[in-house]
Structures are given as structure tokens and as C-alpha cells.
Design a protein around this ligand. Structure first.
Ligand code: ATP
Ligand code: MG
Length: 402
């Protein structure tokens, strides 16, 4: 039976840009940004549909804030095009773009009350007082800060200040909301609360949101799609589970997931059909299904990836894929993280930086440091990456774990 389905992956930026219909809320076309000789954005293409919650992640300095600022009009682009609801705003003044941006630093005016801060954008736009008051009250109700309206920012907690900053964005009824790490100044409990509130705010307003964060949990839980950035370029775009289960390359695989995926250098022992058997010193051979596009030969060196939660401790040494000695145990209550010294089987760019293998056990365990341990890998959980360009060459995995 032949498969006539075109091999299109919706998480590839080049297919995303093709989706240009009336529902496209924000369209970025080949955005380039240079700061002098420094090339901060290297041809960003992205189409965001009306009502989507896009979360951008990437290492520090990769260009996330720069991109948000160019969308907001706070930075000019060197070349490319920005469209909001089909309107070219590439060179439009920030106030005319129909966007509102919320910063990590809140950026509230200290001498104004909460109500004045929230109504500021509308006052600048010379809207009538009754309209401003109504918009402020509506936003304050949504954010549950109606009793704080006469206070000044310094009389508020961090979480309340952040709500005011979000409220200031809401009153302007923007077509697109931009958030740059809005929760990173808050403590863990407040972050969780605000995360839930932002998700319900998004559901209530149905607005298009673009949100930058360093927080894996925020990215995985809030996003309709995640955009992974690196060095001013997009590495991959897709739903959280799609990116987690089917990272396009080694960078995305290593970036999403905490603790990080374990990576090992392996060699191809043999190929049979679309299955490659790989091994290395200290590791029993694993037969891994290859992607249709993969071109792999016996003797090739590859990088193998396995997530910490896909390693299981086995008591029968005959069932172990590799063995080692526990160096450190972290009891997190609901789960336990083990760092295992697997001798010759060294982890490259491991979580701990020591070459130890990270193992995540979904329960409390009595395993103690210095214990000998056997670990089993199910070859269906294994990822293979080309050692040249880092592209994923193992077969796609179903989004739901087997
Ligand atoms: N005004 C500027 N002039 C020169 N270089 C700049 C300017 N603003 C940003 N850059 C550089 O552009 C790159 C991207 O910066 P950006 O602030 O967008 O990173 P980021 O992804 O938001 O990082 P972080 O996660 O740390 O906030 C950095 O290398 C930064 O040094
Ligand atoms: Mg930033």
C-alpha cells in the first residue's frame, strides 16, 4: 500500500508561513535586526492565528525581547515585514499598532494611582473620561483589583503590581498582547497563581498573545504553540507535546524538559530496513526505528538521547541496558532524581555537567548514594540525532506516550 499523504509537518516555520488567511492575527515575514555589526534576528517567519497563545523560549541573549520590541515598534527592524490583522505596521508608530506590551519590570508610573496607570494609554489617546473609567473598571474586575484602584504602585505587592501592568494592557483592547517574562519577579506560589489567571484571562478575552518566558512549566501549560529560539533564529514551532515528543533537533530536545534529556555518543553497528542498531562502550545494543528521511550507514557516529523519565531501575542485571553507581539522590517528594555514574558510558552535556546520567523516578525510592544500579532503556523511547547538524533522524513518536 502506498502512502499518498504529503510529508508536511505543521510545526515547521516554512509551512506555518503558508497559512495566510483572514484569521492570521500577527504575521512576521523575514524579520532581520542588526545592532551595528551584531545580527540579533536572522530572518524570522511566523504566522500567529487569532486567539492563539504563543510562548517563546530560548537561551538568554537569543533575541526574544528584541523580537517582541520590534513587534511593539519599540525597536525598528532592519528588514522584513510585520502585519497585524493584515495591516502592514512595519514602520508604524508603537501607539498605532494595536498592540500592548507587558514587561517583567511592570514599568508603572510611581506618582499615579492604579486607576491612572491603567487608564494611561487611553488618556494619551484622548478618549473621553467615561470611556476610560469604564475600561479601567472592566479590567480591574477581570483582574480582581477593584479595591486597589486608589493606591499607588509602591503600596502594592509584586503580584498586584503585575496585575496593574496587565490591566493597563487590557484597557487598551489591543489586537495583540505581548508579554516579556511578566511573572519572573514573583515568588513560586504567586507565579503559579498568576499563570492560572493569565490562562483564564486568555480564555476570557480570546485575544492573541505572544509570551516570552524562561519557565518550562509556563511554556508547556500556557502555550497553544511554543516557538523555540536560538541565536536569533527559530529552531522549531509546534504544540507543547509535539515539541516535547518530536523535537526537530538536538537543541530543541535538550532545551525542553527538566531535568534535561541525556545525550550519549553512539555508533551504528548495523542497519536492517529502517532500523539502526546502535551501541557504545558500557551500553547494550539498542534497535531504533529511523525516520524515512534519515540516511545512516553502518559505522556512523550519532548522538543518542533519552529523557530521564524514560530510564527505569531494574533489579535483574540481565534486563539492564547499562549499569552504574548512584552518585547523588534528590528526593523531591513526589519523585526522585538520581545522578548515576555509568563508568565508560559518559553523558555529553549532562544536567550536572559531570557526565553522570540523570534518572527521574516517579515515586519515592530507597535507593541511596553509592548503590549499584541497573537501568533499562526501551528503544522506543530513544532519539537519534545526526552528529553533523543535530537533526533528529529517529522515527516520529506518537504524542501520547506508549
Ligand atoms: N540596544 C542594543 N544594542 C546592541 N545589542 C543589543 C541591544 N539590545 C539587545 N542586544 C543584543 O541582542 C541580543 C539579543 O538580546 P535580547 O534582549 O533580545 O535577548 P533575550 O533573548 O531577550 O535574552 P534574555 O532571556 O536574557 O532576556 C543580545 O546578544 C543582546 O546583547
Ligand atoms: Mg529578554
Amino acid at each position: 500500500m502506498t502512502n499518498h499523504q504529503p510529508q508536511i509537518s505543521l510545526d515547521r516555520p516554512e509551512t506555518v508561513i503558508a497559512k495566510q488567511d483572514a484569521m492570521t492575527s500577527l504575521q512576521l515575514r523575514q524579520i532581520q535586526k542588526n545592532y551595528g555589526a551584531y545580527h540579533a534576528l536572522r530572518g524570522i517567519d511566523l504566522a500567529v492565528e487569532q486567539g492563539e497563545f504563543i510562548v517563546m523560549v530560548g537561551p538568554s541573549g537569543c533575541g526574544k525581547s528584541t523580537l517582541l520590541k520590534t513587534i511593539a515598534g519599540l525597536e525598528t527592524i532592519t528588514s522584513g515585514q510585520i502585519l497585524i490583522n493584515g495591516r502592514d505596521v512595519s514602520h508604524t508608530e508603537p501607539g498605532e499598532r494595536g498592540i500592548a506590551m507587558v514587561f517583567q519590570s511592570y514599568a508603572l508610573y510611581p506618582h499615579m494611582t492604579v486607576a491612572e496607570n491603567m487608564g494611561f494609554g487611553l488618556r494619551m489617546a484622548h478618549r473621553p473620561k467615561a470611556e476610560i473609567d469604564a475600561a479601567v473598571m472592566r479590567a480591574a474586575k477581570i483582574l480582581r483589583i477593584t479595591d486597589q484602584l486608589d493606591k499607588r504602585p509602591k503600596q502594592l505587592s509584586g503580584g498586584q503590581r503585575q496585575r496593574v501592568a496587565i490591566g493597563r494592557a487590557i484597557t487598551r483592547s489591543p489586537e495583540v498582547f505581548l508579554f516579556d517574562e511578566p511573572l519572573s519577579n514573583l515568588d513560586a506560589a504567586l507565579r503559579t497563581q498568576m499563570r492560572v489567571e493569565l490562562s483564564s484571562l486568555h480564555a476570557k478575552l480570546g485575544a492573541t498573545m505572544v509570551y516570552v518566558t524562561h519557565d518550562q512549566v509556563e511554556a508547556m501549560t500556557m502555550a497553544s504553540r511554543i516557538v523555540v529560539f536560538n541565536h536569533g533564529s527559530i529552531e522549531q514551532v509546534g504544540s507543547p507535546l509535539e515539541l516535547y515528543r518530536n523535537p526537530a533537533n538536538l537543541f530543541v530536545a535538550g532545551f525542553l524538559g527538566a531535568p534535561r534529556m541525556n545525550f550519549f555518543e553512539v555508533m551504528v553497528d548495523s542497519i536492517s530496513g529502517r532500523t539502526a542498531t546502535v551501541s557504545t562502550a558500557g551500553l547494550m545494543p539498542l534497535a531504533v526505528e529511523l525516520a524515512d528521511s534519515a540516511s545512516v550507514q553502518k559505522g556512523d557516529k550519532l548522538t543518542m538521547g533519552i529523557r530521564p523519565e524514560n530510564l527505569s531501575a531494574v533489579s535483574d542485571p540481565a534486563k539492564a541496558t547499562f549499569a552504574g553507581q548512584v552518585r547523588l539522590v534528590e528526593h523531591l517528594g513526589r519523585e526522585t532524581i538520581l545522578y548515576v555514574d555509568a563508568g565508560q558510558l559518559q553523558c555529553v552535556s549532562s544536567e550536572s555537567g559531570t557526565g553522570n546520567v540523570t534518572v527521574q523516578i516517579g515515586h519515592v525510592t530507597s535507593v541511596a548514594a553509592e548503590a549499584a544500579i541497573g537501568l533499562r532503556i526501551d528503544s522506543r523511547d530513544v532519539y537519534l540525532f545526526s552528529s553533523g547538524d543535530g537533526r533528529t533522524i529517529s522515527a516520529r513518536k506518537s504524542i501520547l506516550a506508549d
